[in-house]
Design a protein around this ligand. Structure first.
Ligand SMILES: [Mg+2]
Length: 120
């Protein structure tokens, strides 16, 4: 089985794709963030007008799996372009955020609860 590329390799492939087309000139930070949100909206659109149970079932079907796969990939690719443009170490930032969330949501206060941290 083929091994999935890590985030560094994906970023390398993406930059190569972008630069071969001379598209960096169009990729301002503002427009990359806008594009990320448009792609997130395409992901959201997949569930529009469907109840939760029906959508969960549909999500397991091949056609919806393919659509979810593509929209999730679009979101990730724009996110990688944003962090490359902004000079952010995404993996470190995500790790730091998980630690910070652990402090905001201590297990003893948040276990099994969806309450926001400022109301715990
Ligand atoms: Mg898309």
């Amino acid at each position: 089985m083929k091994e999935s590329p890590d985030l560094s390799e994906l970023t390398r492939q993406l930059i190569e794709f972008r630069d071969a087309r001379d598209w960096r000139q169009f990729h301002s930070l503002k427009d990359l963030i806008l594009s990320l949100n448009l792609e997130a909206s395409e992901l959201l659109e997949l569930s529009q007008w469907k109840n939760e149970g029906d959508f969960e079932k549909e999500a397991a079907t091949e056609p919806m799996q393919q659509q979810l796969r593509e929209e999730c990939a679009d979101v990730l690719l724009y996110l990688l372009l944003i962090v490359e443009r902004a000079g952010i170490d995404l993996q470190q930032a995500a790790s730091d955020k998980i630690k910070a969330n652990g402090l905001k949501y201590p297990v003893d206060k948040s276990h099994g609860r969806s309450t926001k941290y400022n109301k715990l």
